[in-house]
Design a protein around this ligand. Structure first.
Ligand SMILES: *Cc1c(COP(=O)(O)O)cnc(C)c1O
Length: 365
């Protein structure tokens, strides 16, 4: 069986170093808010090119913290609207509604699967305060037009960079394009911890300070509470693991890109729609997503041929029970995508034999 993603094998590449830093953290007796997190935050900020990186508990919290901080700063208020792609992972939407803000679902572009930039302006109202872009599947979502719109309507641009660490727009990394960006280091992400963790990057000093305080019980000075905060911290041990793995992320992303290129060049089957291959660094191929009209049929066929695939995602947010309040709305492109997408195995440790077998199997479908 070709597994969708063999995380054990990904981490085994760095086994020695991971065990060594784990031992160091265990022996240090210091497990939270210490040197390791600070070091990783500096490394992440340097990698992204941002002034600040703030570690937190997970990717959902990273996005929640950004919005919560903007509310505390008076930039937005309960009931304000945030534009967000309708086909994103549910976490983007949860971060918005958790802060009593209103998600305005915008259809994606069917060729990039990212928010359709031509639909943004018509969705802006006097209540809009931010655009949340999602670099979905690892593909950069950006255009200079976004900055112009943000300036014209006084909006913040928030990046959900959970799937695209390392991707670029020209020379600028995702996570340094908008006003603030949320990262996830969930084990299956391109930069995965060995448990939960996340981060925010920003160039805004004030935002950084407010987020740090909110993530630590609303306190920047012990026992002095400015905000009704939360507890959202990155563990020292996860930070240590992430420092080990961050050094290799560009190489790992490059391997993903090579596999994606191989798939795009060699999968030839009229029943399959391949992802559009952009300028290389504008995609880090967290997922390799194809489309087929009879998707479930194709998935069964691949399972029978020992290729594990997944669907990202089977049900769009507006069709979820928890978001009945958002419906009924018509989002035909989003719904088409959810009916047709299928994610093939792609990871930095896949062998040539495996990628060849995937191509051969799909071509004879
Ligand atoms: C994974 C993911 C998140 C949430 O990250 P967690 O660390 O699992 O909380 C948010 N947005 C997107 C697009 C994701 O893929």
């Amino acid at each position: 069986m070709i597994n969708f993603l063999d995380i054990k094998k990904v981490n085994a590449q760095y086994n020695k170093e991971l065990i060594q830093v784990a031992t160091e953290v265990i022996d240090s007796g210091w497990y939270l808010l210490g040197e390791r997190v600070k070091i990783f935050e500096d490394e992440l900020a340097t990698f992204i090119g941002s002034r600040h990186a703030i570690g937190c508990a997970n990717g959902l919290d990273a996005l929640r913290l950004i919005l919560r901080a903007y509310i505390e700063m008076g930039v937005m208020h309960e009931g304000n609207e945030i534009l967000v792609p309708a086909n994103t992972y549910i976490a983007s939407i949860l971060a918005i509604t958790d802060n009593k803000l209103i998600p305005v679902l915008v259809e994606p572009d069917i060729t990039t699967y990212n928010i359709d930039l031509s639909l943004i302006e018509e969705n802006i109202t006097p209540l809009t305060r931010a655009i949340m872009i999602v670099h979905l599947y690892g593909r950069t979502c950006w255009d200079v037009k976004l900055n112009q719109l943000a300036k014209k309507y006084d909006l913040k641009i928030i990046e959900d960079n959970a799937q695209a660490i390392g991707a670029r727009y020209d020379k600028i990394r995702t996570g340094n394009l908008g006003d603030a960006s949320g990262f996830s280091f969930y084990p299956g992400k391109n930069l995965g911890a060995l448990g939960d963790s996340g981060a925010v990057t920003t160039n805004d000093d004030n935002l950084m300070q407010v987020i740090r305080a909110i993530a630590n019980y609303g306190s920047s000075k012990k026992y002095i509470n400015e905000y009704q905060g939360l507890n959202s911290r990155m563990d020292e041990i996860q930070a240590a693991f992430l420092s080990v793995k961050l050094k290799h992320i560009d190489i790992e992303n490059k391997k993903r890109t090579e596999i994606a290129k191989y798939f795009c060049d060699n999968i030839k089957n009229p029943k399959i729609i391949l992802p559009h291959f952009p300028k290389e660094e504008a995609h880090v191929w967290h997922l390799f997503v194809i489309r087929a009209e009879n998707r479930d049929n194709l998935q069964n066929y691949l399972t029978q041929n020992n290729i594990q695939t997944l669907i990202h995602y089977p049900i769009p947010p507006h069709k979820q029970v928890c978001y009945k309040i958002l419906g009924p709305i018509k989002l035909p492109i989003t719904e088409k995508i959810h009916k047709e997408v299928l994610s093939l195995p792609i990871s930095p440790i896949m062998t040539e034999n495996e990628t060849e077998m995937i191509v051969k199997t799909i071509n004879s479908y």
